[in-house]
Design a protein around this ligand. Structure first.
Ligand SMILES: [Zn+2]
Length: 274
């Protein structure tokens, strides 16, 4: 803005706006003046005022992600996807669409290892490779980390701090990977739903994707706004290396919500169908 040309342009634009007031311009309050048209249009959900919940999807982009995105669009809702670098490499178009449609993207490592068993260099490599491939596919870097299996230690936290990202866990599960049953997934999510809750799901589980219209309709009927994690109350206070939601790392049931080392449970995940 220091360039004289730009300044002159900005001034003449302002003058043009002042001299030719439109209905929209005159209806605007002075406060809205500095905002771009897009921010003014997309009134963000204020989770301090309304009841919000975040549905989060790990291990993708999964092969059903496109269908899931269609559903979120239809229900005017936002999701959070914790992506694996290896599948962003296989399905860059899905990752690109997630970002383009305003969903949150987090880093779920490149190959889904147990980070606590890796050297610090390897942890960095798993996370940085994913940062880079997501940026390449979508134009944006992920802004949060969800470590595979929800497992981390002080080294992982220090590296997250170094990389400028909070660690996002969850405080409600769906057990979708275990039951693979629409009714069970639906009931489990509604049972665990709470204001500002973060629910763990997987977009490689077909039943999660097929039950989603019914689930979003039910949550909305209960008054929930289904938002991305970054819109939830308290998220803005989470600093790099912090765990969000606060206290979720102390919940011992959490790790049983994520597929563990069982290769059978995880085998259906993403690579097939390419
Ligand atoms: Zn995972």
């Amino acid at each position: 803005m220091r360039s004289p040309t730009r300044l002159a342009l900005a001034t003449s634009c302002a003058l043009a706006l002042v001299s030719t007031p439109t209905a929209a311009w005159s209806a605007d309050t002075p406060k809205a003046e500095g905002k771009t048209a897009s921010t003014a249009k997309a009134a963000p959900v204020d989770c301090a005022k309304v009841k919000c919940i975040a549905l989060t999807f790990d291990d993708g982009p999964g092969k059903y992600a496109d269908k899931l995105l269609d559903t979120f669009k239809k229900y005017k809702s936002k999701a959070t996807f914790f992506l694996e670098g290896q599948y962003v490499k296989s399905r860059p178009a899905f990752a690109k669409r997630m970002v383009a449609e305003g969903h949150d993207i987090g880093n779920h490592s490149y190959t889904h290892p147990h980070l606590r068993e890796l050297s610090e260099d390897k942890i960095r490599e798993e996370l940085q490779k994913t940062q880079d491939i997501v940026k390449k596919a979508t134009g944006k870097y992920p802004t949060t980390i969800r470590p595979p299996y929800g497992e981390f230690d002080t080294r992982v936290q220090a590296i997250a701090t170094e990389m400028g990202m909070p660690i996002v866990l969850w405080n409600g599960g769906s057990r979708d990977w275990a039951t693979k049953n629409e009714t069970a997934i639906y009931n489990e999510v509604l049972k665990n739903a709470k204001r500002d809750g973060v629910i763990l799901m997987h977009d490689w589980v077909e039943q999660t994707v097929t039950v989603m219209p019914k689930l979003l309709a039910a949550l909305q009927k209960q008054g929930y706004h289904v938002v991305a994690v970054s819109s939830l109350r308290g998220f803005k206070d989470a600093k790099a290396g912090d765990v969000y939601p606060v206290g979720s790392e102390k919940d011992k049931d959490l790790s049983s919500e994520s597929p563990t080392g069982d290769p059978e449970a995880y085998a259906e995940s993403p690579a097939d169908g390419l």
